[in-house]
Structures are given as C-alpha cells and as structure tokens.
Design a protein around this ligand. Structure first.
Ligand code: FE2
Ligand code: FE2
Length: 227
C-alpha cells in the first residue's frame, strides 16, 4: 500500500464524504489524525535520545539495537501513511511546519528509564496500549475509506509485533528482573498522568481512548506475560 494511493483515497473522501460529517466529528477526526501523526513522528526523538543514553548509561545490547532498528523503520512508515492522509483530508494547515517546530523533553522520563531493561518494559507497555487505542477508533479511521482502514489494521499488527519483540527481549535477556516490571509500569503511568507529554513517543496517553481500564488491562497482560 503506497502513500500516494492513501492520499488519493483521502482526497476523494475530502471531496465526497467529509462535508457530510457533523462539525464535531470532522474536528474529532482532524485531532485524532494529528495526534497519531505527531506521536509516530516523535519516534525519531526517542530513537535519538536512546542513542544519547547509551553514551551516558553504558551498554545496550546488539539484540536491543536490532529490535530498535526494525521498530524505528516501522514507526516511520506509520508516520508517512498517516501524514499523507492528514494532509489530503485537511490541507488547509501547514502541518509540515507544525511538525518541524516540535522538540522533545525527556527529563521527566530519565529517572524511570535507567537502562535497557526499563526502556524495554516502558516500550512494551506503550506498544500494547497503542494497539488498544488504535483499535478503539477503527470506526473513525474507517470513515476515510477501506484502504486507510486496511492501513490502520496493518499498523495495529505492527504495534502488536513491537510489543511481542520487546517482550521477547525481556524474556530472553532480562528474565531475572521480571519482578521489577510492575513498578516500572506504575512509575510510567504516574509520570504520564502528572506530566505533559513531551514529544517523547512514549506515554502519550492523554486522549479519551486511554481509559483507566485500558491501561490497567495492558499492565496486567504485560506483568502476566513476564511471570
Ligand atoms: Fe506506530
Ligand atoms: Fe509501535
């Protein structure tokens, strides 16, 4: 599925479907797409921060970086598809300039993310939460058209794979520390409710789809998978 095919379908939706939507629904779709685009875009900031942390904190394994590289390429693909759709459905804004003005702050996450283990736990939790959040809005993405709906379903499959790959690293390389995972997840949840999202990719959990039930269930699943 190419970004130009996604753009074509999104342009058609703008001409034929968008006007029929109530104002509140249009706004919801625009804000949802922008939130998704910007969070997927922020993966590059997390990636750069991780490279810097390795210099500061020391060793991150080769297996970690292999997992990271696949993850970074896939998040970039998510960004590109979502951005093509956002620009085609809502062309009135300079979205590119909005993206270019973003910068990330990791200070509030630094006490939590101290090593490869804690990064993998926070990453696994975040990916599982993302699967659920994308799923919760499938009916909204589907308004744009069947191709975009397929794209979102493929993204959900990727996010599930990201979770599975981070989990595998934890199980294979850090099993002696599994008991610490719950505290890290609790710490991550406390930070994300107390602090503004700092364009860190991780823990962008402020929107209504991120219910306490959703976060509790992701926490339970990850802790159970590590037991
Ligand atoms: Fe993604
Ligand atoms: Fe992901």
């Amino acid at each position: 599925m190419t970004t130009s095919a996604l753009s074509r379908e999104a342009q058609q939706f703008r001409t034929h479907g968008l006007q029929a939507l109530p104002h509140a629904q249009k706004r919801f779709l625009r804000d949802l797409l922008w939130n998704d685009v910007s969070t997927e875009y922020d993966a590059r900031f997390l990636s750069a921060w991780l490279r810097g942390q390795e210099v500061k904190l020391g060793y991150f394994s080769k297996a970690f970086w292999q997992t990271h590289d696949l993850w970074a390429a896939e998040e970039e693909r998510h960004f590109a598809g979502l951005f093509a759709v956002l620009q085609s459905v809502f062309p009135g804004r300079d979205w590119q300039a909005k993206l270019a003005s973003r910068s990330a702050t990791f200070e509030h996450l630094e006490p939590l993310l101290q090593d490869e283990f804690s990064v993998l736990v926070a990453g696994a939790f975040d990916e599982l939460v993302t699967v659920r959040a994308y799923r919760a809005n499938l009916h909204v993405y589907g308004l744009v058209g069947p191709l975009f709906l397929d794209f979102v379903l493929l993204m959900i499959a990727d996010e599930a794979l990201h979770y599975a790959r981070f989990l595998r690293r934890l199980q294979e390389d850090h099993s002696s520390r599994s008991g610490e995972a719950k505290n890290i997840i609790r710490g991550a949840r406390a930070i994300s409710s107390a602090e503004p999202y700092g364009a860190t990719f991780l823990l962008d959990h402020k929107d209504p789809e991120y219910t306490t039930e959703l976060l509790d269930s992701a926490e339970r699943i990850l802790v159970a998978n590590l037991a």
